[in-house]
Design a protein around this ligand. Structure first.
Ligand code: PRT
Ligand code: ZN
Length: 289
């Protein structure tokens, strides 16, 4: 039987869809068969191992999976050890934050001294407190951390926050950030000695890099007075040197094309217009390598 590469992904939950989405955007066709543990990739020797997110670092570490897609927060809590973070994938963004009842006076980690802090991220919090040289009592919880202060289980919590709605609904406010997180691709320290698999692994990395680079990136075109080229380059978000080409019959103006790595907002277009640009087009980019 020809060997197949394995990528561990979250079975369901917040990262499940995004993980399958990015793999499909990379041109790998996912077949969800009757087997709930494995999904097959139809057009490459790859299987997706669908598990709980907390188990992904272990599976990748011991080489049961060659790659994993998981929140950086989960890797950090597990301990990165020999795992390599290959790249950020641009979805599942959230922050691990310290939050306290509204009105709590916080002047840095020192304010946590001697308090009880409820969290599902005991290891990560412990390292944060150690770095700050602060001792506090960590109260480990599996879930519903946000109710701990109301139940007098802890004065403060350390939990993931994305919109902040959960904190607000529980009368809490974020006071500090322990770490920023998003879905990342991790790679096993155990390389399988098979040239075909090495080739497939490289293709996975290259294609995912291309997909995450092209997401959010836009191709921007416009006509612009030669005199405002410098200003226009400055306004274009995350663009390298733009391509500048002559416009037929126009001495004073040029066509400007640029790939913008960051979001292009209406405000950006207004600024470009104010700088003299006209006929501005913003196009999506499908693939990038
Ligand atoms: O079953 P399994 O163990 O696989 O899943 P799980 O329940 O442990 O994890 P899941 O699916 O909830 O989250 C998976 C990953 O999504 C996390 O490890 C993070 O990397 C990422 N992520 C992104 C989040 C959030 N945003 C998030 N908001 N994970 C959890 N939350 C929770 C948070 O814990 C809090 O309860 O959402 C609530 C806060 O959200 P807001 O929007 O109110 O701020
Ligand atoms: Zn989990």
């Amino acid at each position: 039987m020809t060997p197949r590469l394995r990528i561990a992904i979250q079975k369901s939950g917040r990262l499940g869809e995004g993980s399958i989405g990015i793999i499909e955007s990379a041109g790998f066709r996912v077949i969800k068969g009757a087997n709930e543990l494995f999904y097959r990739i139809e057009n490459a020797p790859i299987d997706l191992l669908c598990v709980r997110d907390d188990d992904i670092p272990t599976f990748v570490e011991v080489g049961i999976a060659d790659f994993g897609i998981v929140g950086r927060n989960v890797v950090e809590e597990h301990g990165a050890g020999a795992l390599t973070e290959v790249m950020k994938l641009g979805f599942g963004r959230c922050d691990l934050k310290i939050a306290a009842p509204v009105g709590f006076s916080y002047a840095g980690p020192q304010s946590l001294k001697g308090l009880r802090i409820a969290t599902s991220y005991a290891n990560t919090l412990k390292r944060f407190l150690e770095r700050a040289g602060v001792w506090a009592e960590i109260v480990p919880m599996r879930g519903a951390v946000e109710v701990a202060p109301r139940l007098k289980l802890a004065q403060v919590i350390c939990d993931l926050v994305s919109t902040g709605a959960t904190l607000e609904a529980n009368g809490l406010a974020a006071v500090d950030t322990v770490m920023q997180s998003e879905a990342v691709l991790i790679r096993s320290p155990i390389q399988r000695d098979d040239p075909e698999l090495t080739h497939v692994a490289e293709s996975v990395v290259q294609r995912l890099r291309g997909v995450s680079a092209s997401r959010g990136a836009k191709y921007v075109m416009m006509n612009a007075p030669k005199a405002s080229l410098a200003e226009i380059s400055r306004i274009l978000p995350g663009a390298g040197a733009p391509t500048v080409t002559p416009l037929a019959g126009r001495e004073d103006a040029v066509a400007v094309h640029a790939v913008c790595q960051e979001s292009v907002f209406w405000e950006t277009l207004e600024q470009l217009r104010a700088a003299g640009a006209s006929a501005i087009l913003v196009l999506p980019i499908e693939k990038m390598m």
